[in-house]
Design a protein around this ligand. Structure first.
Ligand SMILES: Cc1cc2nc3c(=O)[nH]c(=O)nc-3n(C[C@H](O)[C@H](O)[C@H](O)COP(=O)(O)OP(=O)(O)OC[C@H]3O[C@@H](n4cnc5c(N)ncnc54)[C@H](O)[C@@H]3O)c2cc1C
Length: 414
């Protein structure tokens, strides 16, 4: 049964929407989630290679890109990673730390989906899907929101928008939140794919593309020209037949814009520690650190005169030349691999129009935007889910307490 009157209508039943719905309902609000997908939580199910990297122990505001980097502070403090970890523990879901604080389910991402759905059901949330929200008039002074759905009209005191970002359209991603925000007069930062592999098409990178499948630890840097700062990551880079991928490149892609360069350091400074490498040739230094096919390809760029000589024997000019060929090597990707391959969206509903404490639209009390549709993008490693939980927590609690406490809320029929 689709309800006709609720305190809180949540549009989008993904990570943020389901979590927010349960938080509002546990405060006594009558809550319904509307999602056009036949199955809820699909993005959670496919996340983390099917094991869902559901949070990161070390998540902090430094792990997010936003036009306002301080925006996430309140929500992360109100609902830190440990709070979600505790829920996972209480549910009895086994998990493990894979890399730098990244927590994955031992068994399946489906365990997290089931936890969220049971949480909603336990608090009486109505899960209405597949339901299209055809039109929506936001709440205005004294008037509730009115949603026209494929199953009829729904009247709601508060509206939580949680329709996510644009990646992976085949499992239901839409621009609903962005279109709705624009209709309300809110700014939207242009969305673009992030945490996404990058294509190299220039002839100079052909030898690297030929090494498809080879991966190596690098230091990678990218500087955003659109106000997202800069990122420097020590991670693995994977060469593919289309260009660059692997955690290092996914991280850097969030800062990259069309036409810009990014820089790869194949031999970070530590590799040039004199005591360790002085007796090695440049080729030996490369081979000690990188797969031999990659080392051989990079050697092609080194002056044949220099190749056989030991590092300690090289003069300053030769050393500078070697460093410039191997460190901070510029790449100019042609494009990202697009929304089908992106893990997240950068950009979205501009934070300037939202309260950092509740994610409520400043100019539209009773309307909240949470999760990936907001201009908050996490680094790779569980930070995007942590944002979904944290923003869902603050918005759900606020919407639940304000709507459920209004006189008469419990008497309206659902
Ligand atoms: C392949 C992949 C792997 C990932 N792995 C990880 C990971 O391991 N760790 C991590 O932190 N992040 C990961 N992410 C990112 C993470 O999945 C998202 O950041 C997170 O799901 C965002 O939560 P959300 O609730 O905002 O949006 P979503 O989870 O995308 O939920 C949005 C919901 O809204 C619904 N919807 C959309 N449009 C409409 C509409 N018009 N009407 C009604 N409903 C609508 C959708 O059907 C969906 O159910 C991954 C992403 C991808 C694509």
């Amino acid at each position: 049964m689709t309800p006709t009157h609720v305190d809180v209508a949540v549009v989008g039943g993904g990570a943020a929407g389901l979590f927010a719905a349960a938080r509002a309902a546990e405060l006594g609000a009558r809550v319904a989630v509307f999602d056009h997908a036949p199955v809820l939580g699909e993005k959670i199910r496919i996340s983390g290679g099917g094991r869902c990297n559901f949070t990161n122990r070390d998540c902090s505001p430094a792990n997010f890109l936003s036009q306002d980097p301080r925006f996430v502070r309140h929500a992360l403090a109100a609902f830190p990673p440990e709070a979600f970890i505790e829920r996972v523990r209480q549910r009895g879901i086994g998990f493990h730390e894979k890399h730098r604080g990244q927590l994955f389910c031992d068994h399946s991402a489906q365990d997290i989906v089931a936890m969220l759905l049971d949480d909603c059901r336990a608090h009486g949330v109505v899960l209405a899907h597949p339901v299209e929200v055809l039109d929506c008039a936001p709440p205005t002074a004294g008037q509730p929101a009115r949603l026209e759905t494929s199953r009829g009209v729904v009247i709601a005191r508060c509206l939580i928008v949680a329709t996510g970002g644009l990646p992976v359209p085949k499992i239901g991603a839409t621009a609903w939140a962005l279109d709705f925000a624009r209709r309300l007069g809110l700014s939207v930062v242009e969305p673009r794919p992030a945490l996404v592999p990058l294509a190299l098409t220039d002839p100079a990178s052909e030898p690297l593309r030929a090494l498809s499948g080879v991966s190596a630890p690098v230091q990678i840097s990218a500087v955003s020209r659109d106000g997202y700062g800069e990122g420097h990551f020590d991670e693995d880079l994977l060469l593919t037949h289309k260009g660059l991928s692997g955690p290092a490149v996914l991280q850097a892609s969030s800062f990259w814009e069309e036409g810009a360069e990014l820089w790869v350091d194949w031999l970070p400074d530590a590799a040039f520690d004199e005591s360790a490498v002085g007796r090695s040739t440049v080729g030996q230094m490369l081979e000690a650190r990188l797969p031999s096919r990659l080392a051989a390809a990079l050697m092609e760029h080194i002056d044949p005169e220099i190749r056989p000589r030991r590092w300690a024997e090289l003069g300053r000019q030769a050393r500078t030349q070697v460093r410039s060929q191997l460190q901070r090597v510029p790449f100019r990707p042609a494009a990202t691999l697009g929304w089908n391959k992106a893990e997240v969206m950068r950009g979205g509903v501009a934070t300037e129009g939202l309260s950092p404490k509740t994610c409520e639209a400043r100019a539209h009390p009773g309307v909240y935007f949470i999760g990936e549709c907001v201009d908050v993008t996490g680094h790779l490693g569980g930070h995007n889910f942590q944002w979904a939980w944290a923003s869902g927590f603050v918005a759900g609690r606020h919407a639940g307490s304000s709507s459920a406490s209004r006189p008469g809320s419990s008497s309206s029929a659902c």
